[in-house]
Ligand binder design. Sequence first.
Ligand SMILES: [Zn+2]
Length: 178
Amino acid sequence: MFERYSVEIPSSDEDWMKLAYNAALDAFDAGEVPVGAVIIRESQLLAVTRNGTIENGSVLGHCELAALHRAAAIIGDWRLNDCTLYATKEPCPMCSGACVMSRIGRVVFAVGDAKMGCLGGCGCDFSKHSGFNHFFPCTSGVLEAPCRELLQKFFQMRRSEENPPGHRKNPKLNSYGV
Ligand SMILES: [Zn+2]
């Protein structure tokens, strides 16, 4: 129903977001809320992750957290000052907070979230909150239409199902092994 992008040598925000979109599509196929994330450093890909909240049985399964976790493991430092996070949806309070705490260099997202987005969407913007000690630039709207379409289709399908996938029980450990 939806096609994956083929990106040979990603070089623009849109190219990197296409990789995040492909990950979101993996989430869609797995019955998870279709959001994907990518982290790069100096044009090098560090992490590609998809939402896994149901699979992990934990709210910590958001793709942005998994991407921050993986990127930190690869570079051997939890501080990600020179990294850029791409997410197909505006990060929620938890993930926006994790971006602040990881000292992320920049965030790019596709679809804004007026309800839970904490990079300006819901009325608060963690990227420039005067009470915090880390600030980062944000870009929104990159590859917005296809990422939005995927989310809309997912929730449309979920509403029409008798047993929404979000209600499945899965005792598997999360990706952090806890
Ligand atoms: Zn989140």
